[in-house]
Design a protein around this ligand. Structure first.
Ligand code: SAM
Length: 261
């Protein structure tokens, strides 16, 4: 394991149990429409989904733009691309492509919208990726970033200091763990205009957030940045909290849009 490239490597090669968690976590849910609001998606638009994963979100977008529009998903994980193309087999207007690096296999000015959901925290060079998105967008086209900020999480009953230590211990899994707060500035520096920032609070008391915590725990185990016994005890405390009502998981999503002039 190379700690310096783990943020990319762990997406190219995904263990079976983590893959199974992603299949569940990334399902399209109607509530996700609110995450897309500022993108102002319209029927007939051509949309790029950067880091499309198993393809559920791109298929949700395809339902919004309709068959008069089109969706292209791109990802660095070959298995995701194959599975997503299989899921989209009956839709001529949805296609998924494998990426080798930040360069996108499309002509300049191809897309009306570019969506990046929980992806830019992993790209090796945020500025280069945003410039590349700007290249493939049409003039007036809009990029819409949906992302977390791992310094902005609540997990009860852990308390703030423990949450900070836990996510700090998992931080090498991300190239940019604080991308939520940085996205607007990064768009400005990549030349986008009309930048808008809103937030959608994801609040969970039922245990949905445990998948996120389990992934973090597996990264922490790999990095050896916290003792296994402590992580095990924290995970048990969170699980028990669902039963006794003390559990609360909150991970706001930053929604950040910018327009190509
Ligand atoms: C947290 S998942 C989000 C998947 C999907 N966007 C969703 O929300 O359902 C992150 C995705 O980004 C992809 N990814 C990671 N680094 C990438 C890069 N440099 N370029 C494109 N995709 C990348 C991963 O393979 C993975 O599918």
């Amino acid at each position: 394991m190379n700690l310096d490239s783990f943020f990319a490597d762990h997406w190219k090669d995904i263990e079976t149990d983590r893959l199974a968690r992603y299949e569940e976590m990334f399902q399209w849910r109607d509530g996700q429409r609110s995450l897309l609001g500022p993108a102002d998606l319209q029927p007939g638009q051509r949309v790029l989904d950067l880091g499309a994963g198993p393809g559920f979100f791109a298929l949700g977008i395809a339902g919004i733009v309709g068959e008069a529009g089109a969706v292209d998903g791109v990802d660095i994980n070959a298995r995701f691309v194959t599975d997503a193309n299989a899921r989209a087999a009956r839709f001529d207007h949805v296609n998924f492509h494998l990426l080798e690096d930040h360069r996108l296999p499309f002509e300049a000015g191809t897309f009306d919208r570019a969506i990046c959901k929980n992806v830019l925290e992993y790209v090796p060079d945020l500025h280069a990726s945003l410039e590349e998105l700007g290249r493939v967008l049409k003039p007036g086209g809009r990029v819409h970033i949906i992302d977390s900020d791992w310094g902005f999480v609540i997990v009860e009953p852990w308390g703030k200091d423990t949450v900070d230590r836990f996510f700090q211990a998992a931080a090498p899994a991300f190239r940019e763990p604080y991308v939520g707060r940085r996205a607007a500035g990064a768009l400005a520096s990549a030349g986008f205009g009309e930048i808008e920032v809103t937030m959608v609070p994801i609040v969970d008391r039922e245990g949905m957030g445990l998948s996120v915590l389990t992934n973090m725990a597996s990264y922490i185990h790999t990095f050896g940045t916290l003792a296994d016994a402590e992580v095990k005890q924290l995970m048990a405390q969170a699980r028990d909290g669902i039963g006794d009502g003390s559990y609360l998981f909150c991970l706001p999503q930053f929604l950040v849009t910018g327009t190509v002039s």
